[in-house]
Design a protein around this ligand. Structure first.
Ligand SMILES: Nc1ncnc2c1ncn2[C@@H]1O[C@H](COP(=O)(O)OP(=O)(O)O)[C@@H](O)[C@H]1O
Ligand SMILES: [Mg+2]
Length: 297
């Protein structure tokens, strides 16, 4: 199977293209189509991962359902047979990798929760003894579990810029105190429920990012949820603090890009077929471990 890099639905109104998703306006709703594009170091790479968009979509659907009693979400339907008539002709391309969603006014923050010390959190801790201004005990190692999960918001990057971590006070300035507190408590509650579940399935949810928005009905969970693109999942039985942890995400991709010493400037390189195949396997494995089902792409 080949990777779907970009959709071109001539009769539809393109709303936006993100790094991974193509968004179309469909009446009052949005159609989110997860392509097989993959990004690393804030660039979309020259190769896609066949079926990746289906894994991300199916995993998000799994989690929306799992979390539905805790937080309302943007899903209208992911059943192509229930899509509006104007989408019928694109049914084959849309099946499995798209969702019709409520259009939300997105909060301009990424709601990050960290339960373990990794990535930019680990770098921050080494430099400051804190993560995003939240002081932590001395002597923690890379990959250590934190005494309790922390909420570390970031700005939502606009085209190609890096996300920037912000303190909670800055978030209050951007979204208001009431929303900031609500988003923090929702994010921590979701992390707690999802990480306990993942752990039962043999996976550590080291950290994750949520995006929320508002509709007439109030705050809803939007975007993708608890996928390998938005989260770090680690195999529990291989957890060894004091080093970088093996992970169910773009590890092979990042390792490859480091190995060829790409300068992280556009244009981003293509990937060898071996790296594509192993990455595809990782995404499918994450889906299988988390849901207990295998996905045919
Ligand atoms: N329900 C929604 N209403 C409006 N915008 C949404 C909704 N759900 C997700 N989005 C936005 O759609 C985009 C998803 O595309 P993606 O490729 O993930 O973009 P990005 O490059 O910003 O990560 C994001 O900008 C996200 O904020
Ligand atoms: Mg995104």
């Amino acid at each position: 199977m080949s990777a779907l890099i970009e959709t071109e639905f001539a009769d539809l109104v393109l709303h936006a293209r993100g790094k991974v998703r193509d968004l179309y306006s469909v009446g009052e709703y949005l159609l989110l189509v997860a392509t097989d594009r993959i990004s690393a170091f804030d660039h979309v790479l020259g190769s896609g991962i066949p079926g990746k968009g289906k894994v991300l979509t199916q995993l998000s659907l799994f989690w929306f359902d799992f979390l539905k009693d805790m937080v309302p979400n943007h899903l209208v339907t992911a059943d192509v047979n229930q899509y509006p008539a104007e989408l019928r002709e694109y049914k084959d391309e849309l099946a499995g990798r798209s969702m019709l969603v409520k259009r939300a006014q997105m909060f301009p923050v990424e709601c990050v929760v960290r339960g373990y010390l990794s990535g930019s959190g680990w770098k921050d801790y080494q430099a400051t003894g804190a993560v995003c201004g939240i002081p932590l005990a001395a002597g923690l190692s890379e990959g250590d579990r934190l005494p309790e999960p922390i909420f570390t918001p970031a700005t939502k990057s606009l085209d190609g810029e890096h996300d920037i971590n912000i303190g909670f006070n800055e978030m209050v300035t951007r979204v208001g105190a009431q929303s900031a507190e609500r988003l923090r408590s929702l994010s921590l509650a979701i992390y707690s429920k999802a990480s306990a579940y993942a752990e039962e399935r043999g996976l550590i949810l080291a950290d994750t990012k949520f995006e929320f928005g508002t509709t007439a009905e109030g705050i809803i969970l939007a975007d993708e949820v608890l996928t390998p693109d938005s989260s770090r999942f680690w195999p529990r039985d291989q957890h060894r603090p004091g080093q970088q942890q093996p992970s169910f995400d773009k590890q092979f991709v990042r390792d490859y890009l480091e190995s060829i010493r790409w300068n992280k400037q556009a244009p981003a390189p293509a990937l060898p077929s071996e790296v594509v195949a192993r990455t595809q396997q990782k995404y499918l494995e994450a889906y299988r471990l988390l849901t207990g089902k295998s996905l045919s792409i």
